[in-house]
Design a protein around this ligand. Structure first.
Ligand SMILES: [Zn+2]
Length: 242
């Protein structure tokens, strides 16, 4: 290709880039994301309401005044489900919990279907890859953290982009001994709340010592998000884009 044509192509790309970079329209948001300029939220930011609840963040920015680490709200959080060991109605529980965590954070989730990948729920791992969050069912033999009364574990992986640290992947492993067909059929709200609790870990909330919050470490029969859960999730969902 003659050099002159390349120059034209580059100039055109430069102009396109400038238009995309400067144009405020929402319709260009997917284009901006495709070229790594995701400076517009996918979903509106949630209202942050202070109601005196208790919440804690799993991780804060290393060089900042306590700003939490969360997901980039200009990106979609992709997730997949590993159906191995899934109880009857299990996928519906996951879908409802995803819808609730999305509503509470204003973060967008995209269902990428089934996978054979095993979840990596092991707390926080720095410098993971931008892979889908994997949700699945397992046993204490595979996930020692599921031993005893623990019904699920969830966590995220963080990476540093152009500036702040953001979560880029995560996982939830649910205990097959707790998530039986009978438990899901007879206590769907309780089981859904366990999935919601683990997803709250994935988006950045840590445990608190207040039993009225869903992020209380033990399952106290709480099925709704508490006031601190809601405020913490709204703050995590209101972070600036990367
Ligand atoms: Zn927990």
């Amino acid at each position: 290709m003659p050099r002159r044509t390349w120059t034209t192509v580059l100039a055109t790309l430069a102009v396109l880039f400038a238009i995309v970079a400067l144009h405020p329209s929402d319709r260009l948001a997917p284009v901006r994301r495709a070229i790594g300029l995701g400076s517009e939220r996918v979903l509106p930011a949630p209202a942050v309401v202070r109601q005196g609840g208790t919440y804690a963040f799993t991780m804060t920015q290393p060089d900042d005044d306590g700003e939490p680490v969360g997901w980039d709200p200009c990106m979609v959080i992709r997730f997949q489900v590993n159906p191995e060991g899934e109880p009857a109605g299990g996928r519906a529980l996951v879908d409802r919990a995803i819808a609730r965590i999305s509503a509470a954070t204003g973060l967008a989730f995209e269902d990428e279907g089934d996978t054979v990948e095993r979840p990596f729920p092991g707390g926080i791992k720095i410098f993971g890859g931008p892979d889908p969050v994997v949700i699945g069912w397992g046993t204490p033999a595979e996930y020692p953290d599921l031993a005893g009364a623990v019904a699920g574990v969830g966590g995220a992986m963080a990476d540093q982009g152009r500036g702040r640290v953001h979560y880029v992947s995560g996982g939830v492993a649910l205990d097959r001994e707790a998530f039986t067909d009978v438990a899901v059929a007879q206590q769907p709200r309780v089981m859904e709340a366990i999935v919601l609790h683990e997803l709250a870990h994935v988006v950045g909330l840590a445990h608190v010592s207040e039993p009225m919050e869903l992020m209380f470490a033990d399952n106290s029969g709480q099925v709704e998000l508490g006031p601190g859960d809601r405020e913490g999730l709204a703050r995590l969902g209101s972070l600036p884009c990367d």
